[in-house]
Write a protein that binds this ligand. Structure first.
Ligand SMILES: *Cc1c(COP(=O)(O)O)cnc(C)c1O
Length: 408
């Protein structure tokens, strides 16, 4: 079933069929191999597995049949339709982790050593920012922050001696700030720097950073759109340099011990198969919600990359197939109005995280950023009345009805 004499053209076909392995028991769905270890028939067979001559698994921290399918499927989605520098279809290596944070730790620690520097854009997911400033920086790896949307500031920042890695997140969580992947990766490549892209908000269906030869790594929190159902935590790190991924990166990954688990991996594999269907609906619903909110008298402003009013609309349009399902908006009346709106919702779920089937709504000023001083959070766009929304796949009329009654 896995051998085809034609190339799969569509990304949904890749999501359903890509990466699958024939099962010795003829199981149609990739089973859950809930086993910590895998036996050897003979000592010689054990030796062959440790030497890498026999690819059968050994021990689940080092690999599991389910992890292999999930990794191959994500790699197939990220590489789909891209030709490598040798003229053949692009080959990628993916490593599945217990969480996005675990995959991010592997990325930073396997690429940088004390004395190296990491250049990032000013807008990053809070967990990434904390990992960089509270963990990575304690290991004498300096973090440089710049507005990488501005080519002059980016060029100036790249003059800093000692940079090893340029890490960008586009669109960024929660500001939706977008960075030009083509431009930044090309500038970095000329300097010989590694480049990593957090592609969580877009998903590989909407954006494929490996199209740009200067991109070395792509990261996803699989917790979000790849799983798509809010049923498991996970993260993945993909790399273009197969040898580097299989040696240095793999070593850090298995020795730090942030491996996935077979049950969460099973949920991820099932979820990924409907990625394209879900994303199309997330995108079309978000566009309608954004246009509705933009006209609403109780709404001060709407931040959605699909609206021409968003400052990064042109970059998003250039590098993404569609604009995704994430938006934020400001209700008039400050923090009380924000709290009141959130409390009146009857259909949308009050929760952090994103990329689930249901619409999730959060109020950063009273939730995720309650501990951040007002002046600081406002400096990166998190104002009192800001509402963040992960638009789900419900029927649009019901989402609008809920918003309408909550905004009254
Ligand atoms: C959630 C998220 C992460 C962290 O992933 P976890 O699975 O929560 O560890 C990293 N980057 C972005 C953009 C995210 O949204």
């Amino acid at each position: 079933m896995s051998s085809k004499d034609f190339k799969m053209k569509g990304s949904s076909t890749v999501a359903v069929h890509g990466g699958n392995e024939p099962d010795p028991m003829y199981s149609h769905i990739t089973p859950i191999y809930a086993s910590s270890t895998f036996y050897f028939d003979t000592a010689e067979q054990g030796m062959e597995r440790f030497a890498g001559e026999d690819k059968t698994q050994i021990y689940t921290r080092l690999g599991n049949p389910g992890f292999k399918v999930a990794e191959q499927k994500i790699a197939a989605l990220e590489a789909h339709g891209i030709t490598g520098q040798d003229g053949n279809p692009l080959q990628l290596k993916a490593l599945l982790h217990a969480s996005g944070q675990a995959a991010m730790s592997t990325l930073f620690l396997s690429t940088c050593k004390p004395g190296d520097k990491i250049l990032t854009h000013f807008s990053l997911y809070g967990g990434t920012q904390e990992l960089l400033t509270k963990v990575v920086e304690e290991h004498q790896i300096e973090i440089i922050v710049a507005d990488l949307r501005n080519p002059e500031l980016a060029a100036k920042a790249m003059e800093t001696p000692g940079i090893r890695l340029v890490h960008i997140e586009t669109p960024a969580n929660p500001t939706l700030s977008c960075v030009d992947i083509s431009l930044i990766s090309e500038m970095a490549k000329q300097k010989g720097y590694l480049v990593s892209v957090d592609n969580t908000f877009a998903s590989p269906y909407l954006q494929q950073p490996f199209k740009y030869p200067g991109v070395d790594f792509v990261f996803h929190s699989t917790t979000k759109y790849l799983n798509g159902h809010g049923s498991a935590i996970g993260g993945v790190l993909l790399g273009r340099d197969l040898e580097f991924m299989k040696t240095k990166v793999w070593k850090w990954h298995v020795l730090l011990g942030g491996n996935a688990n077979p049950f969460d991996c099973y949920l991820l594999i099932q979820g990924m198969k409907t990625l394209e269907l879900r994303m199309d609906r997330h995108c079309s619903n978000a566009m309608v919600v954004a246009e509705y909110l933009e006209k609403h008298p109780q709404v001060e402003k709407v931040m959605f990359t699909g609206l021409p009013s968003h400052p990064d609309h042109a970059i998003a349009k250039k590098q993404m197939k569609n604009f995704g399902g994430m938006l934020s908006f400001e209700v008039k009346g400050g923090i009380e109005a924000g709290v009141r709106f959130i409390n009146r919702l009857q259909l949308c779920t009050r929760a952090v995280s994103l990329g689930t089937l249901d619409t999730l709504v959060s109020h950063p000023a009273s939730m995720s950023h309650v501990g951040v001083p007002k002046a600081e959070r406002e400096s990166y766009g998190i104002t009192d009345g800001l509402i963040r929304m992960s638009v789900g796949i419900e029927n649009i009329e019901d989402i609008l009805t809920d918003l309408e009654q909550a905004l009254q």
